[in-house]
Structure formats: C-alpha cells, structure tokens
Design a protein around this ligand. Structure first.
Ligand code: FES
Length: 183
C-alpha cells in the first residue's frame, strides 16, 4: 500500500471516530434533555399542553420526526435576554416560551441545554445558542428554527401557522425551515 493510501486510510479512521464521538455526545445530550410533555399527535401536527410546564426546564417533544425544544421562561431568564431574543418568544397567557426545532443549524446534531449557563451547546463542533435559539457561536450559521405554531388556550399546536407565527415570519425571525414533506 502506498504512503498516500495509508495516509488516507488513517484520515478516514480518524474522521469516523470523531463522527462517532459527536453522535454519542449528541445522543447523551438528547437523553439528558428528553422530558416529554403531555401531547397529542395527529397527521402533521402535535398538540402540546403547556399548563403543566415548570419554568426554566427544557421539555422536548417531537413534530414530523424532529425534536422540538420548549422552555417556559422565568422572569429572571427573560430579564437577561436582548429585545431581539425576546421577539422570538411564543407568548401563551402571561408566559413566554422558547419553541424551536432542537437541531443545530450547522450539521444537525442535537444541542444540549446548559441551564446554569443559559445556553445550548452543540458537542459536535462547538456551536452555541442562547435561550431564544439564536446562534451565538460558530459554526452554526442560523438560529435554531421555529416550527409553524398556533396558540389555542393552554395548548401549543405545532404544525399549524397561527397569527403570531405569521408575524414572526413576516419579520424574518424564523430562519429557513426546510421540512421533508413526506415526514
Ligand atoms: S453540528 Fe452543531 S456545531 Fe456542527
């Protein structure tokens, strides 16, 4: 085997090992974050009851096969946020919520919630996001995406575009949502 082939083989093994480690961290982060809410799934939509949520705790549900992060923000958390960050909040009753697709906008790993630091950190390549899902550290090129949502009483309906979602969309706050139409 030539030196060049050996070098390529070694690079391939190293890359594979990195990808595997990243995947393990991402799964560990997801497991730590996984705290399902009472929700009802129908074709194309997920209805989440937010009335039982505790403040500043990450809940994860699923919509169209994608993890969705939801946090009911405490007043202390909101006080630390910029106006730009607050403008991405979903307001239900008197409370403000983070609602976003829990996938890193770099290459799609699942970021872990670091509650003590008020941020999400992606173990794959080091990107970070604030508690409104805005990317604060490269290589993530975009905020975590906000899925179509509608508010109905204490329910958050993922997959239906309500008034607040449409306003965010018009303001360019959502990022680019690419979805598999078959999912
Ligand atoms: S996939 Fe998150 S930083 Fe690369």
């Amino acid at each position: 085997m030539s030196q060049e082939m050996k070098r390529r083989d070694a690079m391939g093994i190293a890359f594979g090992a990195c990808a595997a480690v990243g995947g393990v961290y991402a799964l560990a982060g997801m497991k730590a974050a996984w705290d399902p809410l009472p929700s009802v799934k129908a074709a194309g939509s997920t209805v989440v009851d937010v009335s039982v949520m505790e403040e500043d705790k990450l809940y994860t549900d699923k919509w169209r096969g994608k993890p969705v992060f939801i946090i009911k923000k405490s007043a202390a958390m909101v006080a630390k946020e910029s106006n730009n960050a607050k403008s991405r909040d979903v307001i239900i009753g008197d409370s403000r919520f983070l609602v976003c697709i829990g996938l890193c906008t770099h290459l799609g790993c699942i970021p872990a919630y670091k509650k003590a630091k008020n941020k999400f950190a992606c173990a794959c390549h080091g990107a970070e996001f604030d508690t409104s899902g805005i990317n604060t550290r490269l290589p993530a090129p975009l905020p975590m995406l906000i899925p179509p949502f509608k508010v109905d009483g204490n329910s958050l309906i993922l997959g239906e575009a309500g008034e607040a979602y449409n306003k965010m969309k018009e303001s360019g706050l959502l990022g680019k949502v690419e979805l598999d139409p078959k999912a």
